[in-house]
Design a protein around this ligand. Structure first.
Ligand SMILES: [Zn+2]
Length: 101
């Protein structure tokens, strides 16, 4: 039996966009609900009850720098936070999701 380091999850919004996410080591808990990167609506977790063979499009990570946080947030939320906001959110525990390049 192989132990998988990364767990695959899917978030689905009301417009049926599926966001396939991958967990990464050292993450904190991932939320039940995220903002759909496609349309900005609420997108709900399938609680890992999905095929683990799906190809992830987003990965969870813990931002360590303002730039890292900003690069992940801006494509999803838009440019709505100031650098000071990012500084205050950088607690070394909060997770964010970003598009896998
Ligand atoms: Zn959507």
């Amino acid at each position: 039996m192989t132990i998988k380091m990364s767990k695959i999850n899917v978030y689905t919004c009301a417009s049926h966009h599926n966001t396939v996410t991958k967990d990464t080591p050292n993450r904190d808990v991932t939320p039940f609900k995220i903002t759909c990167p496609e349309c900005g609506k609420e997108s709900f977790s399938a609680n890992y009850q999905v095929s683990q063979d799906l190809t992830p499009t987003y990965e969870w990570f813990i931002p360590q720098t303002v730039k890292e946080y900003k690069d992940a947030c801006v494509p999803i939320y838009g440019d709505v936070f100031t650098d000071a906001d990012y500084e205050s959110m950088l607690d070394g525990k909060s997770t964010m999701y970003r598009k896998i390049k």
